[in-house]
Design a protein. Structure first.
Ligand SMILES: Cc1cc2nc3c(=O)[nH]c(=O)nc-3n(C[C@H](O)[C@H](O)[C@H](O)COP(=O)(O)OP(=O)(O)OC[C@H]3O[C@@H](n4cnc5c(N)ncnc54)[C@H](O)[C@@H]3O)c2cc1C
Length: 393
C-alpha cells in the first residue's frame, strides 16, 4: 500500500485545484510526454499542448472573475503548472504568458487588460518575455535595449534580447527597455519601461539558438531595429518598468517551483517503477536500501518544498508579501527536483542514457531551472539579505 500525499491548500482554492488536477487529464491525452519529446527531437512545435490548455479553459485560471477570468489566483496557476509537469509536459509558453499577463493585470489599464489578458483565455494572445541581454543577465539594470519617445507620441525600440523562449510562437513580447536618455542613471524606480510589443512589427528579427534541452519550445536572439510602437504599448508608467516587473517576480518564483517539482515527481515515478522490476541479482533493485533511500529522500524533500510552494501561493493570493516563501519555494523546489532527477538517473543505470528511456532527457531542463529565470545564488542573496537582514554583498 502506498500513501497519497495531499498538499495543504488555501481552503478557498481547494475545489479549484482539484478541478485543475482533473482537467489536466485531457491536456495530457492530447499531448503526452512521448509526443512532447518527439517534437523536441524533430525541432518542431507541439501546438496540441497550447490548444488543449485552451480547450480545457485552463488559461482562464489566475485571472480574477471580476475581470472576466475563472479566478483561482496563483494557487490555480501553480496547480496547472505542477500537474502538467508531473505528467512530463511542462508548458513553457503557459508559464511565459501567465507571467506577462500578471504584469498587465497589475499595471496595465482597462483596455490593455481587455486586449492582452482576456485574449489569452481564448488562446489568441501568447506572450514571450524579453528581459535578458548579452551583457545583462542576472544584472538586468545593465540592459541596453532602448525605447525612445517619437514625435508621434509612440516609442522607437532598438537593441537585442537573448535566450528568448518561444519568440517564434508568440504574437507579443513583454519587453523591458531603457527609456532614460544615454548616460542617465537608471534604477528600480527610474529609467525603464515595460512594453507589450507586437512581434509582427517591421524591424524585429529572430535568430534561433541551439539550446540543448528537450522541449518543443525554442530560444532565440531577438533584434529590434527601429521598431515603432504606439504609446499604448507602454504598460504602466514610463520609468517604472523595472519595478513593475519586480512586482510579479513572486508569481514567477512559485510557478517555477511548480515546474521543477512536477518534473521531479515525474522522474521519481519512473525511477520507482523501474526499481520494482529491474532485478539483475534476482530481486528488484528497489529492495536495496542503497537504491531506495535516495528515492525516499527525494520524495521527502520535494514534499517539503511543495508545502512551502502552496503556502507561498496562498500568501500571494491573500495579498500578503510572499517574497520570503516564494524565493524559498523556488530554491527548495528546484534543488529537490534536481536531486530526484539525479536519483532517477542512478536508479536506471546505463539505461538512463538510452534516448528512448527518456530519463537523462529530463536533466538539462531541471539543471537550467537552477539558473533561469533566476539563479539560486540570487535567491539565496534575497533570503540572506531580506529574510535574515544580513548586509548586501
Ligand atoms: C533555456 C533558457 C530559457 C530562457 N528563457 C528566457 C526568456 O524567455 N526570457 C528572458 O528574458 N531570459 C531567458 N533566459 C535567460 C535567463 O533568465 C538567464 O540565463 C539568467 O537570468 C542568468 O543570466 P546569465 O545567463 O546572463 O548569467 P550571468 O548573469 O552571467 O550569471 C552567471 C552565473 O553567475 C552566478 N551569479 C550571477 N550573479 C550572481 C550574484 N549576484 N550572486 C551570486 N552568483 C551570481 C550564477 O551562478 C549564474 O548562473 C533563458 C535561459 C535559458 C538557458
Amino acid at each position: 500500500m502506498t500513501i497519497e500525499l495531499v498538499p495543504t491548500i488555501h481552503p478557498d482554492h481547494r475545489e479549484l485545484v482539484e478541478s485543475v488536477y482533473a482537467a489536466v487529464d485531457g491536456v495530457v491525452a492530447a499531448c503526452p510526454r512521448e509526443l512532447y519529446v518527439q517534437r523536441s527531437r524533430e525541432g518542431t512545435h507541439a501546438p496540441e499542448l497550447w490548444d488543449a490548455l485552451v480547450a480545457a479553459d485552463l488559461l482562464a485560471i489566475g485571472i480574477p472573475e471580476e475581470q472576466g477570468g475563472a479566478g483561482g489566483g496563483l494557487t490555480g496557476t501553480t496547480a496547472v503548472m505542477e500537474s502538467l509537469s508531473r505528467a512530463g509536459i511542462p508548458p513553457l509558453q503557459y508559464s511565459l504568458t501567465t507571467f506577462s499577463r500578471e504584469a498587465i493585470l497589475r499595471h496595465g489599464n482597462e483596455s490593455q487588460v481587455k486586449e492582452h489578458v482576456l485574449a489569452t483565455i481564448s488562446g489568441h494572445r501568447r506572450f514571450c518575455l524579453g528581459v535578458t541581454e548579452p551583457e545583462a543577465g542576472t544584472n538586468s539594470f545593465a540592459a541596453r535595449t532602448t525605447a525612445r519617445r517619437t514625435e508621434s507620441g509612440g516609442y522607437r525600440i532598438n537593441g537585442q534580447k537573448v535566450y528568448i523562449s518561444a519568440a517564434d510562437e508568440s504574437d507579443h513580447i513583454l519587453l523591458l527597455a531603457r527609456t532614460a536618455p544615454p548616460g542617465e542613471k537608471v534604477g528600480r524606480r527610474s529609467g525603464f519601461g515595460l512594453f507589450a510589443v507586437d512581434m509582427s512589427l517591421p524591424g524585429i528579427e529572430l535568430r534561433k539558438l541551439d539550446i540543448q534541452w528537450h522541449a518543443p519550445e525554442y530560444q532565440f536572439e531577438v533584434f529590434f531595429d527601429d521598431v515603432e510602437v504606439p504609446a499604448e504599448a507602454l504598460i504602466g508608467e514610463e520609468g517604472l518598468g523595472f519595478d513593475n516587473i519586480l512586482s510579479c517576480l513572486n508569481q514567477e518564483r512559485v510557478t517555477i517551483a511548480a515546474w521543477a517539482l512536477g518534473l521531479g515527481e515525474y522522474a521519481l515515478a519512473k525511477a520507482v517503477e523501474y526499481a520494482k522490476v529491474r532485478a539483475p541479482f534476482g530481486k528488484p533493485i528497489g529492495a536495496n536500501q542503497g537504491v531506495q533511500h535516495p528515492l525516499a529522500l527525494a520524495k521527502a524533500e520535494m514534499e517539503a518544498a511543495r508545502q512551502v510552494m502552496y503556502s507561498a501561493a496562498a500568501e500571494y493570493d491573500s495579498g500578503r508579501d510572499a517574497g520570503a516563501k516564494a524565493n524559498m519555494a523556488k530554491l527548495l523546489g528546484s534543488r529537490a527536483a534536481l536531486n530526484a532527477v539525479d536519483a532517477a538517473i542512478q536508479t536506471h543505470g546505463g539505461s538512463a542514457f538510452v534516448y528512448e528511456t527518456d530519463v537523462v532527457t529530463l536533466w538539462p531542463m531541471i539543471r537550467v531551472l537552477q539558473i533561469a529565470p533566476i539563479n539560486n545564488e540570487s535567491v539565496l542573496n534575497f533570503i540572506g539579505e531580506r529574510v535574515l537582514g544580513l548586509p548586501r554583498s
